[in-house]
Structure formats: structure tokens, C-alpha cells
Design a protein around this ligand. Structure first.
Ligand SMILES: CC(=O)SCCNC(=O)CCNC(=O)[C@H](O)C(C)(C)COP(=O)(O)OP(=O)(O)OC[C@H]1O[C@@H](n2cnc3c(N)ncnc32)[C@H](O)[C@@H]1OP(=O)(O)O
Ligand SMILES: O=CC(=O)O
Ligand SMILES: [Mg+2]
Length: 532
């Protein structure tokens, strides 16, 4: 069904997604007015910033290395702080994240975590239904009325005490093809942000909470400045006092780590912290250096947060944030509970424990968990290291990080198992994503659009630099790739996989993405063309 929602002055956005019962309460004429306004004001700038990303990447491909910006040195050296952090966000020691389906939202809000980040980005496949139902679910959550009875008869409702809600809209690179303004697809970021703000700002503000957002995948402070304009304009349009909407920015691209002060400054009236989005960060490192033979990373399993370039990133983030009065949030350990194997489960929990201990000891003010079963481990480590609500007073002035510390590749190897795991993860994740699931367990790890991108980008990079070989001396070439890819279907379970029917399509997509002469910026962009 194709629907046009009208009833307000001027031509409306064109909606090409099916309008199912319940969708009208999200896509109201006034909400569409706001979306149209946001698109007309800000989409040109968004597209120009995306072009600027391409131009910068072309310079990296030609041999330039990312570095701190000479033109903003004075800003980095000056003393200034961000606006005070609101009481509702004073203690963020544990933040649970997850996609925006109804059960997940209720479970996350009830989990005992201080914050729930409802995610339209890495863990959501942006089907039209996922997005619109996600917005309806979040509006019910804000209203306190969200509930669910499953087909099996299990009932879910909110507890009296719930986590503080934050929302992560999609990144600047993604379009929302089902909504067109003036014949152009609108930005996924503006769509997710605009709808959530429109429906929930007043209710949240009445409770002394603004709409709070996590902003993903920024590559420069100019992109932060665009968000600032969007937020300030939307506050004005919705009648909110300036600074009501708070944000935390993920530092999850290599170029952004060189602009952390600048990003904090661009949003300084509303930013409450930066977060170490380690998975996209590793992906971005590979992408930034896709043409640099001397910066090829070892296989994914060897690139943990204790390797020097990632340690430098997280410690510089703590130092930078605390100097400015902003929180330095830790990131996501990928392990999840393993229900049917106690020994493997204990090993997974030990890895999460070590990761959280490292973060708390480094001065982070809180951390992320992907699953409620990991909360106790994270809380224990942060409680032990952080008796107060945060560690803003841990200034980490001992941290000295240079450009080279941030860009030097660690030593390591590529094993046959690591090569094959990358292929399997890509195929299984893509199949699930095409089927509408943006986060799935694979090999007992959480896989989402950030983790799967590491696997995809590694395969491309290893295959497009000649002369690399596996640890057992097998040359890494397209013959090896073909053999491993061809064997994928035989290796995968024959039933019960999320997206089982899309496995062949996923294999074909991975084949094309890996053989392409240029590393595609994001696998979700071509994959989105295949979503209904
Ligand atoms: C790199 C990044 O961007 S990280 C941020 C993005 N990624 C995420 O947010 C990860 C979110 N996590 C998830 O989606 C899930 O935990 C998965 C897919 C990894 C595993 O999910 P499942 O296999 O369903 O886990 P499992 O069966 O153990 O779930 C047990 C219960 O915990 C709940 N649960 C699992 N993860 C979450 C979560 N993140 N939030 C709330 N509840 C959760 C399930 O809903 C289930 O509830 P039920 O007992 O009422 O049915
Ligand atoms: O969004 C988080 C990440 O690690 O990527
Ligand atoms: Mg990410």
C-alpha cells in the first residue's frame, strides 16, 4: 500500500511505507511537518558533510595520516567546560543497550541499569515496521504504559523504578527512503531524532528530563555542529528551553578521536559525555587505512582494548572528557551469557569482568552491557572502583597520547579460523539483517552492524593487498576466499538461523562487496536497498 498523509499547509512529505494500524499515531501531520522542516533546513548541510567525508578519505587513500587539527589548537589549549550534567544523568555506571522492539525495551528499562540506550543504529535493521513500531513503543515507554503479552502468554510491564531512557538515532550516512521531501529521501538521523523528539519532548521535560540522545558515527566537529543546530532549532520549534535536549557522542571513528575537544565544544551547552564505541572505531581504523599496507590489523579476535592503539584511544578519551567536565563512558564487551555451557559461560564472564575492571580503573564513568545477564558483573567492577556516582575528579593528567600512539597497528596474525570466522559472521549477520534483525548472537558473541563491519572490512583489506598470508603460510587470495565462501552453507546450521532464507543472498552480497575495487563505506547502505 502506498499512502500520502496530507492535511497541513504546503506539500507534505511523501510516505511510501505501508501505513499499518497504529502507524498514524506516529506519522501525524504535525510530526510530518517537523520532519519536513528539519529536512529543508538541514539536509543540504548533511549531504555536504558526507561529501567532505569522501574528500578526506581520498586524502587518506593518497597517503595522508589523520592528526590533531592545527587550526583548532587554541580551542584545545584553552580552559573551558561543558554545561553542568543534569541530576538524572549524574550516575551512569551501567547502560544497557538494545534494539527498539517492545519486549527488549521493557526488559531493558526494568533491568536495573542506570540508563537504557534504545538503538535505531547498530542493533536495528531499519525496516519501515521496525522504525515506526519502535517509535510507538518508545512513546508508550515514555508514557509509562508500555506492556506486552507474548504468544506464549508471558506478560511484561514496567517496574516502578526504571532506567533513564536515551535514544540513538541512525548516523548521518543513512537515508530514510520511505519518506521523501521535495522528491528527496530524508535523512535517517533526522527521521529517528525528529519523531522521538516530537512525540516525547513535552512529557520528558515535564518530568525534569529532556529527550536524551546518543549521537553515532560522527567523523568531525563540523558534524557535531550540525547536530547542535538541529537540536537547538528543534528545542525552539517544540517550545523547550535551550539546552533541554542532552547528548552523548560516540567517539567511534578514527578521524573523530583527533577532534574530541572540538566535538565537546561544538555541543558544549548540552553534551554530557563521550563514549568509546570501540567496534565502529576498529572498523573505522580499517576503513581509514584501507590503502595503507603498513597498518593492516591482525584478525578481529586479536584486536582487544588492551592493544596499544585502543588503550591510547580510551585513555585519551577519559583525560579529554574529565578536563571538560564531561563523562567518559566505556563501551561494549561483545560476550553474552552462554546458557547451555557453564564452563564457556564462566570464561565469557571472566572476559567481561576483565574488560569492565580495565575501564573502571582507567577512569571511565560507566559502561555498556549488551544483555541483562552482564549487569551484575559490570556493576561489581564499577562499584569497586567508583564509590561516588562518577569519576570526574580522576583527571588522568598522566595520560600522554601522540598521533602515532593512535594510529600504529599492533602486531598479530591472521589464522585460517579467523579468516573463516569473518566470512561466517558476515554471511550470518547480513542474512539476519536482511530479515529485519539487526543484532544476533553468533559464536556466542553479540554481532551488530559495527562488529560485522570489522569482519567485512578486514576481508576486503586482506584480499586487496597482495602478498599477505595466513599463519599457516596459505596465501590470502580470492581463491582462498572463494573456497571459504563456497563452504559457508555447509558450515551453517541447517535450521533455526535468523534469516535462514536470506543466506544465499547474503553470500552473494558479501562476494560482491569483497570483490569491489573500493571498500564500500557501510554495508548497511547497499543492504538497505534490499529491505522492504
Ligand atoms: C557495537 C554496539 O553498537 S553495541 C550496541 C548495540 N548492540 C546491542 O544493543 C546489543 C543488544 N543485545 C541483544 O540484542 C541481545 O542481547 C542479543 C541478540 C545479543 C542476544 O539476544 P538473545 O539471544 O535473545 O538473548 P537471550 O535469549 O539470552 O535473552 C534472555 C532474555 O534477556 C532479554 N535481553 C537480551 N538482551 C537484552 C537487552 N540488550 N536489553 C533488554 N533485554 C535483553 C531477552 O529479551 C530475553 O528476555 P525474556 O527472558 O523475557 O524472553
Ligand atoms: O556503537 C558502539 C560501537 O562499539 O560501535
Ligand atoms: Mg557503533
Amino acid at each position: 500500500m502506498v499512502a500520502m498523509l496530507n492535511g497541513h499547509p504546503g506539500p507534505s512529505p511523501t510516505i511510501t511505507g505501508a501505513i499499518k494500524p497504529g502507524h498514524e499515531r506516529v506519522l501525524t501531520p504535525a510530526a510530518l511537518d517537523l520532519l519536513q522542516d528539519l529536512h529543508r533546513r538541514f539536509d543540504g548541510r548533511r549531504r555536504a558533510l558526507l561529501d567532505a567525508r569522501d574528500q578526506r578519505q581520498a586524502r587518506f587513500d593518497a597517503g595522508e595520516l589523520p592528526d590533531f587539527l592545527p587550526q583548532t589548537r587554541a580551542l584545545r589549549e584553552a580552559d573551558w567546560t561543558v554545561a553542568p550534567i543534569p541530576a538524572a544523568l549524574a550516575d551512569r555506571r551501567t547502560e544497557i543497550t538494545g534494539p527498539v522492539d517492545r519486549k527488549m525495551i521493557i526488559n531493558a528499562l526494568n533491568s536495573g541499569a542506570k540508563v537504557f540506550m534504545a538503538d535505531f543504529e547498530d542493533s536495528t535493521a531499519p525496516t519501515w515496521d521496525n522504525l515506526i513500531e519502535g517509535q510507538a513503543n518508545l512513546a508508550d515507554a515514555v508514557a509509562g504504559t508500555i506492556s506486552l503479552v507474548t504468544a506464549e502468554g508471558k506478560a511484561y510491564a514496567l517496574k516502578p523504578q526504571t532506567a533513564v531512557l536515551m535514544v540513538r538515532p541512525r548516523g548521518w550516512h543513512l537515508d530514510e527512503k520511505h519518506v521523501q521531501v521535495d522528491g528527496q529521501a530524508m535523512s535517517g538521523s533526522l527521521f529517528d531524532f525528529g519523531l522521538f523528539a516530537f512525540h516525547n519532548a513535552a512529557a520528558l521535560h515535564a518530568r525534569d528530563r529532556g529527550p536524551y540522545f546518543y549521537l553515532p558515527k560522527l567523523q568531525s566537529h563540523h558534524e557535531a555542529a550540525l547536530w547542535e543546530e538541529v537540536l537547538a532549532h528543534t528545542e525552539h520549534a517544540l517550545g523547550l528551553p535551550p539546552g533541554t535536549m542532552k547528548v552523548t557522542v560516540l567517539i567511534e571513528t578514527l578521524p573523530a578521536v583527533f577532534e574530541m575537544d572540538e566535538i565537546l565544544h561544538a555541543l558544549k551547552s548540552r553534551i554530557t559525555g563521550l563514549n568509546c564505541g570501540r567496534w565502529d572505531y576498529i572498523f573505522s581504523y580499517i576503513k581509514t587505512f584501507r590503502a595503507h599496507r603498513d597498518r593492516i590489523l591482525p584478525e578481529r579476535g586479536q584486536v582487544g582494548m588492551t592493544v596499544p592503539f585502543l588503550k591510547a584511544y580510551s585513555e585519551l578519551l577519559v583525560r579529554t572528557c574529565h578536563r571538560r567536565g564531561a563523562f567518559a563512558m566505556g563501551g561494549m564487551a561483545a560476550q553474552i551469557p552462554i546458557a547451555d555451557d557453564p564452563e564457556a559461560n564462566e570464561a565469557a564472564m571472566a572476559r567481561v569482568r576483565a574488560d569492565k575492571k580495565r575501564e573502571a580503573g582507567a577512569g571511565h564513568d560507566g559502561t555498556w552491557v549488551a544483555h541483562p545477564g552482564l549487569l551484575a558483573v559490570a556493576v561489581a567492577e564499577f562499584d569497586a572502583a567508583m564509590p561516588g556516582p562518577n569519576q570526574l575528579d580522576v583527571r588522568r593528567e598522566d595520560v600522554r597520547v601522540t598521533r602515532d600512539d593512535l594510529i600504529t597497528a599492533p602486531a598479530g596474525t591472521i589464522t585460517r579460523a579467523g579468516f573463516q570466522a569473518n566470512v561466517d559472521v558476515c554471511v550470518r549477520y547480513l542474512a539476519a539483517w536482511l530479515d529485519g534483525l539487526g543484532c544476533v548472537p553468533i559464536h556466542h558473541l553479540m554481532e551488530d552492524a559495527a562488529t560485522a563491519e570489522i569482519s567485512r572490512a578486514q576481508l576486503w583489506q586482506w584480499l586487496h593487498h597482495s602478498g599477505l598470508s595466513l599463519e599457516d603460510s596459505t596465501p590470502i587470495d580470492f581463491a582462498l576466499f572463494q573456497a571459504v565462501l563456497t563452504g559457508t552453507e555447509d558450515r551453517l546450521p541447517k535450521a533455526g538461523l535468523p534469516g535462514q532464507d536470506r543466506v544465499r543472498e547474503a553470500i552473494a552480497m558479501l562476494d560482491a562487496l569483497t570483490r569491489a575495487r573500493t571498500l564500500a563505506d557501510f554495508l548497511t547502505v547497499p543492504a538497505y536497498e534490499r529491505l522492504p
